[in-house]
Ligand binder design. Structure first.
Ligand code: WT7
Length: 657
């Protein structure tokens, strides 16, 4: 991060204090209440979390131990307690609100389906019995590759009900990505759909699963269960494949939950890191669910008449915490959407907020920016008066987009919660509370009570206000990841590095804090990009590129992008001579297609530049800083005297395609 960015961010002086009426009704009401919670956590850390774990969750057997740090950084929370996540999301609401709508589902074509808690419980039980009939049992991994649907929530909840560990793969990922995850997780079954519908187009899913399984090494997978979404064409492998509707049709309508230890893995979710191989982030049952429920109440100020809408896909952690688990754990009514925000037109989100009377709306800055571009005044055509809280997640929001969201969508009435968190953190860690925190555009403001965040320098010393540094969390918290699936060493090295004596959780983000203690996230400090709120490893894209037989070498960097935050730029050395003109353009398209096929369309480089070589030091290290400057179109001011081959800089400055 440059001093200039730090400078400009600390210049942001606008503050928006919460409205007195809002503060009065809020679950955490006013700064004094927030500070009291923070002080309670400081005073008695275990007692604080134990209290919330008792209040938020229903236990089969209560825990007696709270935090076990004896095998740090492999922390355990509430370990001798037993519970079931699906019981907490469904059964416990049946006595009080069986007929409340749990999910309002709007399909791509506008068809709306509503499901009550009673009906959702019934269908989860039938699905759970179906999974059991396939001999799927506690601890087995189940890979889920399904579109946004009531069915995918049922599938995830059914896994939780029987103690199976789900691993959801985003429907935009390729067959190759599915393959890699099946093998790493050792999945015994894959749950998928024939196709998914997005923006009026059908995109095959079952075909990708077939392709993944055909790549070999997937003997672990015994069953493929297919939800018929579109009726589109599918290939069938008898004995292995079965329709979801056949599987569940004659199953009993109740299914006793499998009581598991608080530490039993609830799910694995793969995310990019700084090596070529995605990490299987493993979450626990109780700690994760506690934070999901607690932040529904704290950050989203959940009230029983709310209609909550988080637009994230269940393929990302946001869709785990704030679609599948959090809203159901607190018994909320939520909206789920199958399609894309721009279909049939850029008013879709606003129309849905109006029609379903959403009160809380949570989306990504990249979606906000693209909707500004496509229709900055469109929200004015809809009745958005029910909205009371807005939220953002996934990437920094620029103050201009924040102001538009605040004024045009929220009509200057709705607090915006800019929630900072990660796949690994399980839920929000640094965020405004709507009835507490004066808002500062572009800042995720203050840590939640019980979250011991800090900004430190390379030696682990806290930095002074206004200075940039490394964001760390100094104490374990209940919803943190427990390990990287099958790779505890990588967990330790990536998140609890030696530099800080293995004591601090390293988030991988750079951040700064102003004189009021407000945090602003400056972006990743590792080789990870954030494109449209999605995390991509540069190494992952590089290894996809060099897997192409025409490619000799590749280096991938990010550059700022108005719409997606960051964009992927690849520098490529081919085995053949450096292409020029039309040849180069054709080669760019070919390699873009290749990356889409290897990882998924989200990883497709926006720009590819060819050189006869990459800029390297005499010791052979690729000078990425230089490549980042070239990608940005900056003048190169840095010292290039250590460069082995300065002549190739000229070639790489020339964008192709
Ligand atoms: C990375 C985590 C959190 C769920 C979705 C993304 C960036 C996340 C914010 C925010 C600035 C943010 C960070 C973080 N990020 N939220 N409010 N402001 N940056 O989860 O894929 O695990 O990515 O997203 O860089 O490390 P993820």
């Amino acid at each position: 991060m440059s001093d200039q960015t730090i400078e400009s961010l600390s210049q942001e002086k606008r503050l928006f204090a919460p409205d007195a009426q809002f503060v009065k009704q809020a679950n955490v009401s006013g700064m004094v209440a927030y500070q009291a919670l923070c002080a309670e956590a400081q005073r008695d850390y275990s007692g604080f979390w134990a209290r919330h774990a008792r209040e938020q969750l229903t236990w089969q057997n209560p825990f007696t131990r709270v935090l076990d740090e004896s095998n740090a950084p492999f922390f355990k929370w509430f370990e001798d307690g037993t519970l079931n996540a699906s019981y907490n999301c469904l059964d416990r609401h049946l006595a009080t609100q069986p007929d409340k709508i749990a999910i309002i589902f709007e399909a791509d074509d506008g068809t709306v389906t509503r499901i009550t808690y009673r009906e959702l419980h019934r269908r989860v039980c039938m699905m759970a019995n179906g999974l059991k009939s396939l001999a799927i049992k506690k601890g087995d991994r189940v890979l889920i590759y399904m579109p946004m649907s009531i069915e995918v929530v049922i599938a995830m909840q059914a896994c939780a009900r029987i103690g199976a560990i789900h691993s959801v793969v985003f429907g935009g990922f390729s067959a190759k990505s599915v393959h890699e995850r099946i093998i790493d997780a050792g999945a015994v079954a894959v749950l998928t759909a024939d196709e998914q519908m997005r923006g009026g187009k059908a995109i095959p899913l079952k075909t990708a699963v077939d392709e993944a399984l055909a790549l070999g090494g997937c003997e672990c997978v015994k069953q493929v269960v297919v939800y018929r979404r579109s009726g589109g064409p599918v290939q069938w492998s008898d004995g292995r494949d079965r329709w979801l509707h056949d599987l569940v049709s004659n199953q009993p309508e109740t299914c006793a939950p499998e009581w598991v230890s608080a530490e039993h893995p609830l799910f694995i979710l793969y995310t990019s890191g700084s090596t070529g191989k995605p990490k299987g982030v493993q979450h626990s049952t109780a700690g994760f669910l506690l934070h999901a429920a607690l932040t529904m109440r704290w950050t989203f100020d959940y009230k029983k008449h709310d209609v909550f809408w988080c637009t994230a896909d269940v393929g990302w952690v946001t869709g785990h915490t704030y679609v599948c688990y959090g809203p159901l754990a607190v018994g909320a009514t939520q909206i789920m959407f199958e399609g894309v925000p721009t279909y049939p037109d850029a008013g879709r989100f606003w129309r849905m907020i109006q029609d379903h009377q959403a009160t809380v709306f949570y989306t990504a800055p990249t979606a906000i920016r693209s909707l500004i571009k496509l229709g900055a005044t469109l929200p004015n055509n809809y009745d958005l008066s029910r909205l009371r809280i807005l939220g953002t997640v996934g990437e920094p929001i620029n103050p201009e987009a924040w102001m538009w969201y605040y004024e045009t969508v929220g009509k200057s009435r709705c607090p915006i919660v800019d929630t900072w968190w990660q796949t690994e953190t399980g839920g929000h860690l640094i965020t405004p509370l709507p009835g507490v925190t004066p808002l500062k555009p572009g800042s995720c403001t203050l840590p939640l009570p019980g979250i011991m965040a800090d900004i430190v320098d390379e030696t682990g010393q806290s930095v002074e206000p206004g200075k940039g540094g490394i964001l760390v969390i100094k104490r374990p918290w209940p919803s943190m990841l427990r390990t990287i699936w099958g790779n505890p060493e990588r967990y330790k090295n990536a998140y609890f590095p030696e530099e800080f004596q293995g004591k601090y959780y390293l988030a991988g983000d750079g951040a700064m804090r102003d004189e009021n203690g407000y945090y602003t996230i400056m972006g990743r400090i590792d080789d990870v990009l954030n494109v449209a709120g999605h995390r991509l490893g540069t190494m992952e894209i590089e290894s996809a590129l060099v897997a192409n037989k025409l490619v000799a070498e590749a280096a991938v960097v990010g550059r700022p992008d108005d719409l997606t935050g960051e964009a992927v730029v690849a520098f490529v050395v081919l085995k053949q001579t450096r292409p020029m003109g039309e040849d180069a353009k054709a080669m760019v398209r070919q390699l873009q297609e290749w990356v889409s096929h290897e990882i998924g369309p989200i990883a497709k480089p926006k720009e590819i530049r060819f050189g006869e070589n990459l800029p390297k030091t005499r010791s052979g290290k690729i000078m990425r800083r230089l490549l980042r400057d070239i990608a940005k179109g900056n003048e190169i001011t840095q010292d290039v005297s250590t460069l082995e081959n300065p002549a190739i800089l000229q070639q790489l400055k020339d964008p192709q395609g």
